[in-house]
Ligand binder design. Structure first.
Ligand SMILES: *Cc1c(COP(=O)(O)O)cnc(C)c1O
Length: 190
């Protein structure tokens, strides 16, 4: 296990956060919520979650804000962008994200704090395709930064890269890789 961690860390330039993803084992580090989040589950994680990676609607964001108010805290989150060809993956287009950011509703949510974007590339061995998809996410991040968040220093995270494609993600400017199977072994299928 240690060896696997070392191998991954060797491949990560300084400053890139490694989010160790354990789907089946509990993990007492800081809690990141990375998967698709249902509104009715927000209340269970709101008291302690460090960062919610995959916010894919204003509706979900409003629920997170409400639960953050109840817990008297500000919850950091990333918008999930959809770039993969698989329709099963969640997320929004860059325009949809920009429309939310421009809305009065977004501005009224005081207990949530947007710190960047998250995305998953298509599950493919075609590295060029994965490179292109991460590039699209990076361009969206740059556009949002320039249009809305020039002075917001903590809008800085690009959560891209999983076991299969994290090296490509690092090339594309990832600040956080979410890695599971190469650290902990293949997922147990229930
Ligand atoms: C499971 C999962 C990961 C990690 O996937 P691996 O291929 O095991 O590295 C990353 N991000 C999300 C959203 C996941 O659900």
């Amino acid at each position: 296990m240690e060896n696997n961690f070392e191998k991954v860390l060797k491949n990560l330039p300084d400053g890139i956060e490694l989010v160790a993803v354990s789907k089946t084992k509990p993990n007492e580090l800081k809690w990141h919520m990375i998967g698709h989040l249902q509104s009715n589950k927000v209340k269970y994680i709101a008291p302690f979650v460090e960062l919610i990676h995959a916010v894919d609607s204003i509706k979900l964001l409003k629920v997170i804000n409400k639960e953050a108010v109840k817990n008297k805290r500000v919850i950091n989150y990333l918008f999930q962008m959809h770039v993969a060809t698989e329709s099963a993956k969640f997320g929004m287009s860059c325009n949809e994200i920009a429309d939310i950011i421009k809305s009065d509703e977004f501005l009224s949510l005081k207990n949530v704090n947007l710190t960047g974007l998250m995305a998953m590339a298509t599950n493919t061995t075609n590295e060029q395709q994965v490179t292109n998809e991460f590039e699209v996410v990076r361009n969206c991040f740059n556009r949002l930064k320039a249009d809305f968040f020039k002075d917001k220093a903590d809008f800085k995270e690009l959560s891209i890269g999983m076991s299969q494609d994290y090296k490509i993600a690092v090339q594309a400017g990832s600040t956080m890789v979410r890695i599971g199977s190469i650290l902990f072994g293949a997922r147990d299928n229930k």
